[in-house]
Design a protein. Structure first.
Length: 265
């Protein structure tokens, strides 16, 4: 690693808790077709429970499990899992909660705290594969999901279609560039905004833009209460906190998901 040489980077195994599907994602520094064919044959013979093998190429120094290209060695290149009555397609680099049972409870809490109404327009920011969007779609007029990872947006659209959900729109892009007055003119001003950002939280400019939107209700789902508190501090003059509900998605660790419901002052 110090010399930036070698072939193997990471091994990621993802399992569909409610489908039994298993994805093996070997992250390497380059694509070696012969090696991957040999590994694929070995897995299919020795571990038939593996439903797909993918090879992600990451030639950069960053220690991450996504990269500049992904090759499907065998299987469909995705797995599926279910939350509530909905079935979701999950790509190798798409975010999906690792604790499926508690993810369902997390989304139930977010839905309850959002106090959704049938005529609500909802923005679901950092929407990933569309799990929250699709989960709440039957309870509102329309959901607009925004996600940086293009393959996750493709998953979200496929997931909505596969589940018969027609009132969701998914947009790929960086929120700093996407969440503009033109975007609001196109999609409408939201009654509710739901965010579920990465551990680093939201960029201050994104927080300010949410404040400028002034949705009546705002639900912040976070796996890092520290950055959540930092972000919400920027909105303290515009919003009041109505409820805080932790949800334990990470048993036997000191990590917890935190759901905060806010209402415009």
């Amino acid at each position: 690693m110090r010399r930036h040489e070698g072939y193997l980077r990471h091994l990621v195994i993802r399992t569909g808790t409610r489908t039994g599907e298993v994805m093996v994602n070997l992250v390497t520094s380059r694509y070696d077709e012969a090696r991957m064919a040999e590994l694929g044959a070995f897995l299919q013979e020795q571990f038939p429970e593996v439903t797909t093998l993918v090879n992600t190429i990451n030639s950069r120094p960053a220690q991450v499990s996504y990269g500049e290209a992904t090759y499907t060695i065998f299987g469909p290149g995705v797995i599926h899992d279910c939350i509530g009555p909905f079935r979701f397609e999950i790509a190798p680099d798409a975010f999906f909660q690792t604790n499926t049972e508690q993810a369902e409870r997390l989304y139930e809490v977010a839905r309850e705290l959002a106090a959704l109404r049938p005529d609500d327009l909802v923005y679901d920011l950092y929407c990933g594969t569309g799990t929250i969007s699709i989960f709440i779609a039957p309870h509102v007029r329309h959901v607009v999901g925004v996600e940086l990872v293009a393959s996750a947006v493709e998953n979200a659209r496929a997931n909505a279609a596969a589940n018969g959900i027609t009132n969701c729109t998914f947009v790929a892009g960086d929120l700093l560039e996407v969440l503009t007055p033109a975007f609001v003119r196109t999609h409408g001003r939201p009654d509710v905004v739901i965010v579920d950002p990465p551990r680093a939280g939201m960029h201050p400019r994104v927080v300010r833009r949410i404040g400028q939107l002034r949705p009546e209700r705002f639900v912040y789902v976070s796996c890092n209460p520290q950055t959540q508190a930092r972000d919400l501090k920027l909105l303290r003059d515009l919003y009041r906190i109505e409820a805080v509900q932790p949800v334990d998605l990470f048993p036997h660790t000191d990590h917890v998901e935190s759901v905060v419901a806010l209402r415009a002052r």
